[in-house]
Ligand binder design. Structure first.
Ligand SMILES: [Fe+2]
Length: 368
């Protein structure tokens, strides 16, 4: 009698305990689900549930008919006239002399492609440092046809590195490995710090769109959206972020654009952050015919002018051309179209600026 009572009580106890555990599991699951839904609700548009990223709302998208062919690209590339325009590149010795003479000034020097060295007060910064011979893994990828304006080991001390995205012509790992100023501060999009940390950079910060960093009392950097994408391998498309940098120095605003296509985001950025004094933007890598008509992720020279106009920019410098063949437009065409059509977008011809590789401009002239 006593034993059967004990058995019954134990049965009741276990049933009760089981119900309690089930209830607990249910509550934990329900709270977790609500938490997840809440997090999804609060997630910015450009963050995807799988941890990847996408362009701002309303941006153009690559059409399904866009077909890249390595074979067609190489066949068409061979037809390009590779004659470099006169005065397109300044001799290294002359660049080094001019750089030495300009150390007391604020300046910008075009090293090639999207790589610019800028001095702003006490800070010397470099954008997307690409010094390699190829824009690709190992010795693959398009070969550069104009050498960097100065070799990597002749760079002055760099305090700040700004990286826009992970494509090989921007995130150039051999340049990072040999980079002479590892103590410099580095600002990168979400997901890209590991490349720098692995190469012994000491001060690396990842930024999401609209985040900013005050470098010193005169210099503030804000990371902003661009219409582009990211990829380095077969399995990492859009897994890391991309974006542009707004550089604010002593009341002046410089917009350093990531590779970008045209999109409605630029009117919004112009309203929120404009007027801009000077915009750097891609004017090359737009023509991929006969594979497809138009790149939605790189502006034509005219679209670059539209972006600069939407940002309410006083002046605009064309970059990302004249260094390495990434597309099929004639290699010296981008600056011609850029200057020719400047007036259609409310720019004086002299305010649509084309620099030679190795050209150095003083900010006291550019930011007047
Ligand atoms: Fe890119």
């Amino acid at each position: 009698m006593e034993i059967s009572l004990i058995l019954k009580l134990s049965q009741l106890y276990f049933t009760f305990s089981f119900l309690q555990v089930t209830r607990c599991v249910f509550f934990v699951f329900a709270f977790g689900l609500v938490g997840c839904l809440k997090a999804m609700e609060n997630r910015p548009y450009h963050h995807l549930p799988d941890g990847g990223f996408r362009n701002p709302e309303g941006s153009p998208e690559r059409s399904a008919s866009t077909k890249w062919s390595y074979w067609v690209f190489n066949r068409e590339k061979k037809k390009l006239d590779m004659k470099i325009g006169e005065g397109h590149a300044v001799e290294v010795q002359k660049v080094l002399e001019r750089l030495g003479q300009s150390q007391g000034e604020d300046y910008v020097l075009w090293i090639g492609h999207a790589t610019f060295l800028m001095k702003l007060g006490d800070t010397t910064l470099i954008t997307d440092p690409f010094f390699s011979q190829n824009a690709g893994p190992f010795l693959f990828g398009p070969k550069r046809y104009v050498q960097p304006a100065i070799p990597l080991n002749k760079l002055p001390k760099v305090d700040l590195v700004l990286l826009t995205h992970n494509h090989y012509d921007h995130l150039d790992l051999p340049s990072l490995t040999k980079f002479p100023s590892k103590e410099s501060k580095v600002l990168v999009p979400l997901g890209l710090s590991r490349y720098f940390v692995k190469r012994d950079f000491k001060d690396v910060s990842e930024l999401d769109w609209y985040e900013n960093v005050q470098i010193d009392k005169d210099l503030k950097i804000t990371f902003l959206p661009a219409v582009h994408w990211s990829k380095r391998t077969l399995i990492d498309t859009n897994k890391t972020l991309w974006g542009s940098f707004l550089i604010q120095h002593k009341g002046k605003k410089i917009f350093f654009s990531c590779d970008t296509g045209y999109g409605p985001i630029y009117k919004k950025l112009g309203d929120s952050y404009g007027p801009i004094d000077l915009t750097f933007i891609n004017i090359g890598a737009y023509d991929f015919r006969p594979m497809f008509d138009h790149s939605v992720y790189h502006t034509t020279p005219e679209e670059a002018l539209m972006v600069a106009r939407d940002l309410n920019s006083s002046k605009v410098i064309g970059m990302h051309w004249g260094t390495v063949v990434l597309s099929l437009e004639p290699i010296m065409e981008p600056p011609i179209r850029f200057k020719k059509f400047a007036g259609n977008y409310n720019f004086q011809t002299e305010d649509a600026i084309v620099m030679p590789i190795g050209g150095l401009e003083l900010f006291s002239q550019l930011l007047r």
